[in-house]
Design a protein around this ligand. Sequence first.
Ligand SMILES: *[C@@H]1O[C@H](CO)[C@@H](O)[C@H](O)[C@H]1NC(C)=O
Length: 512
Amino acid sequence: MAERNALSLGITSRNYLFCLFTIVSILFILSWFFVLRSTGRPNFIDHNLLPNSKFLATSDNRGSATHSQNEVEPSIGNRSILVDAEEQEEETSQENAKTDVKCNTNDIVLLAQQKENKVVLKVFMYDLPPEFHFGLLDWKAQGGSVWPDIRSKIPDYPGGLNLQHSIEYWLTLDLLASELPDAPNAPRSAIRVHNSSDADIIFVPFFSSLCYNRYSKADPHQRKSMNKLQQEKLVRFLTAQKEWKRSRGRDHLIVAHHPNSLLDARMKLWRAMFILSDFGRYPPNIANVDKDVIAPYKHVIGSNVNDSPDFDSRPTLLYFQGAIYRKDGGYIRQELFYLLKGEQDVHFAFGSVQKDGIKKATQGMHSSKFCLNIAGDTPSSNRLFDAIASRCVPVIISDDIELPYEDVLDYSQFCVFVRSSDALKEKFLINLIRNIGKDEWIRMWQKLKEVENFYEFQYPSKEGDAVQMIWQAVSRKVPAIRLKLNKYRRFSSYAVRSDRGVRSVPSPNNFW
Ligand SMILES: *[C@@H]1O[C@H](CO)[C@@H](O)[C@H](O)[C@H]1NC(C)=O
């Protein structure tokens, strides 16, 4: 018995020691957490390049000294599907405390930067042979010129669904336009420079999405498709340039918006910054949200220009039209179909948008209050941008989606996010949507109206449209590129580098 007691005593004292140890560890971790928080992020860098939009300005002020606006305007982002309400409250109060202390210094930085006006990205663009860009649009080069004379005629990009990935075309046109003597006087976010030593970024004007769309099917007489051959040529061209050799591509910008474009070359060009629609088909060491830029799709559904915020004039509550996929995404689409089948005011139909389908989908989205975006075979689709253009509040069910400009834009103000696991619960989605009242919907509609210009591609580009927003997103990555380059150069001036040639696969977490 005595032995037993001693044993249990030993156990309790060991338990006691263990508890003490756990408490001390937790306290230690917490104290680290607070130390890290109080040092804060150097967020003045973000202020520097914030687009000059009223909406962005207000969203950025959230949590700063002027949070009176926050109190008047209940944030849509507080909905509990996004973050636990408690968690969020704690976070914002901490944020407030932090910014209250720091706001003075921030204001100074902001003022100093406003005086300098805005930062214009300096872009060096390779004079790639036309077969890589406008030649793909059947434009014929005249007299050895590489670029069309955009003052006389701009080659057309093919229409229909090709257009959704036409980002490459609008960015290239904007750079060409920046050189016109009578350049449209819209405030530019990027200009073309001809001395690559002066450039912030080196742009590769390859129309990779168009090349994929047009030439990915191999000619029966050839072993490789022209799309593959063109990519091989591109790699050969790039790796021979002095600009590429200088940085091994770290300061290069390559557009690969179609998820299947550049499938072959990207394994050799992975150090460059990519402009993508999402990361669905990319391993994280080839492309990731730190290194690359997410661009919107060009919407195929017409803008809802003369629309008023009339909740009751939109008869459909929730709209979805899309393809069925057999893969992961398809499962959730089918489950949702069964969950929503009985609801009178829900339109849920399968079938992808074809020619006359676009007209139908336009009508459908323009007359719906909410539009569903469910992950398909890739996390993103142009449906989200169709919804924004239709001012149909997007309901996003795609856990891995990455959104354009999210470092400066709070999507929770005009989108509803639902986790896939929640969406599959009986009645969860429909109850959530039905509980969003008229006032809240109108607030979101108004935000949609404020942001819709960020997703417009056009020539000439206008202030705050997608072209300018993408250049600004690239600008925000330039300091990180400089850091990478300077680190890379540490030993390069007097040592022979051992990693010669193109490594085909980078090691994880190593982008230097
Ligand atoms: C390009 O710029 C660098 C540095 O600004 C300068 O040294 C060089 O001479 C310039 N090259 C040409 C061709 O103007």
